[in-house]
Design a protein around this ligand. Structure first.
Ligand code: UDX
Length: 444
């Protein structure tokens, strides 16, 4: 092989959710031959015709390109995908159980299928977020299947956590901050380095257990950073300090950095809440008290309650008041509402008897299915008509860049509660709107 050329590896990606599809697409872009497998027939049919069943910017365009070039295929047969692959990625979900631990059923099922179908040396790569020790468990499950088949197929299991952010998944996959390869076999580590050869990022080869913990520690750190700012924001609010200015000043310290300092109504999504619970449970099982992370969970809940109290304090009795929510998604550029703070806000306002309407550039039906009494309107201005108050739950550009003078003209009242601290409060006050942010209580 010529120097500089990438060895084209045959890849299977099992489980085509957010992580799976981004993994499949980004490996296809790197020049590998990829098969994405999922049991969901409808999803696979859509993907085969170039339709992305989720909302994630830019991914659909790349799927279509790779399908045309025949470097990406989809199938419902795990057997077919596994049999032909040199590297098999596990990208199934690990949703939280009632007690906070992740549900490992899908990981176990996929590992069993892999053990039933691998034919020659394969590397099994786990990308799902899983408790420390899972790489060893996957290893045992596959080994047991091979014993049952009475065959001796060599294989290695690697932990290669993902750090994708919804809404920027492809960007993150193309230009990651780092690639973590948790691997105890030097031969497998070498192939993993070949796999990612074209990606310009630092690569850390470490043990599988270390890699598994790096993923949890990263999410725990980020959630804690946000939560600390949320707590400080509540104090700023009381002391008439603008937390956005505080964050700016803090972020210039290189040891702290400017990211994830944005105070708001709390973090949500499919990862932070689930992963913090999982880490707390891991601590409990290991008899290590995780008091910081337990505090993070508590403060994150408190943050939304505090914000709702602020709305009540300012508006008085909410019974019959018309409140318009801008943004339902847990963050911009996604249609994901899992653990979205907007849901807690809706429940809190409905409990007070408020009449709720709202707008989100990507979320519609999911909200009306969950809350039939909430009216979702596809035009932000129409949604704000006759409103007593507008509450910002998600900082979409489409929301930040609205014509706020026009909004003021359409509203009946003049309250703006900015749960993401993204609006220019001076400008809004000049327009005659009463602005309340999170830790930007400039009215006192
Ligand atoms: C996160 C991690 O960032 C990613 O590395 C991991 O792989 C999966 O979990 P994601 O859940 O997609 O990604 O979103 P992220 O951008 O991290 O935001 C999570 C939540 O924190 C959102 O609700 C967001 O609104 C909130 N957030 C983020 C803040 O409240 N303030 C901030 O400064 C940043």
């Amino acid at each position: 092989m010529k120097k500089g050329m990438v060895r084209k590896l045959k890849i299977a990606v099992i489980g085509i959710g957010y992580v799976g599809i981004t993994t499949a697409v980004s490996l296809g872009e790197l020049g590998h031959q990829v098969v994405g497998a999922d049991m969901d027939d409808t999803k696979i049919k859509q993907l085969k015709s170039g339709i992305l069943p989720i909302y994630e910017p830019h991914v659909e365009t790349v799927i279509r390109k790779l399908l045309r070039e025949e470097s990406l295929h989809f199938t419902t047969s795990i057997k077919e995908a596994v049999e032909r692959a040199e590297i098999v990625f596990i990208t199934v979900g690990t949703p939280p159980l009632a007690d906070g631990r992740p549900n490992m059923k899908h990981i176990g099922d996929v590992a069993t299928e892999i053990g039933r179908h691998i034919r020659e040396y394969s590397i099994i790569v786990n990308k799902s977020t899983v408790p420390v020790g899972t790489t060893d468990d996957v290893q045992s499950i596959i080994a047991d299947q091979l014993k049952l088949r009475e065959v001796n197929v060599p294989f290695d299991v690697v932990s290669n956590p993902e750090f994708l952010q919804e809404g920027r998944a492809l960007q993150n996959a193309r230009k990651p901050d780092r690639i973590i390869i948790g691997c105890s076999s030097p031969a497998a580590a070498e192939i993993m380095l070949q796999l990612y050869e074209k990606v310009d990022a630092p690569k850390q080869i470490t043990s599988p257990r270390n890699a598994e913990m790096i993923k949890y520690a990263s999410n725990a750190f980020l959630a804690t950073k946000i939560t600390l700012m949320n707590e400080i924001a509540r104090l700023c609010d009381r002391l008439a300090v603008d937390v956005s200015e505080v964050a700016k000043g803090l972020g210039m310290d290189k040891r702290i950095g400017p990211h994830f300092l944005q105070a708001g109504i709390g973090y949500g999504g499919s990862c932070f809440p689930k992963d913090i619970s999982a880490l707390v449970m891991m601590g409990r099982e290991a008899q290590i008290e995780m008091s910081i992370l337990e505090g993070v969970q508590e403060v994150n809940q408190l943050q939304t309650d505090w914000f709702l109290d602020k709305v009540k304090q300012q508006m008085g009795d909410l019974y019959g008041k018309r409140i318009t929510l801008f943004g339902f998604a847990f963050k911009p550029d996604t249609d994901d509402i899992r653990e979205a703070p907007s849901l807690k806000i809706i429940v809190g306002l409905l409990n007070e008897g408020a009449i709720i309407s709202g707008f989100d550039p990507a979320v519609n039906k999911k909200i009306t299915e969950m809350f039939p009494s909430v009216t979702v309107i596809e035009d932000a201005y129409q949604a704000a008509k006759e409103a007593d108050a507008v509450v910002i739950c998600t900082e979409w550009d489409e929301i930040i860049n609205l014509d706020w003078r026009k909004i003021k003209g359409l509203m009946k009242g003049n309250f703006i509660f900015d749960g993401r601290n993204v609006l220019d409060w001076r400008m809004l006050q000049q327009e005659g709107l009463r602005y309340w942010g999170v830790g930007r209580n400039m009215n006192t």
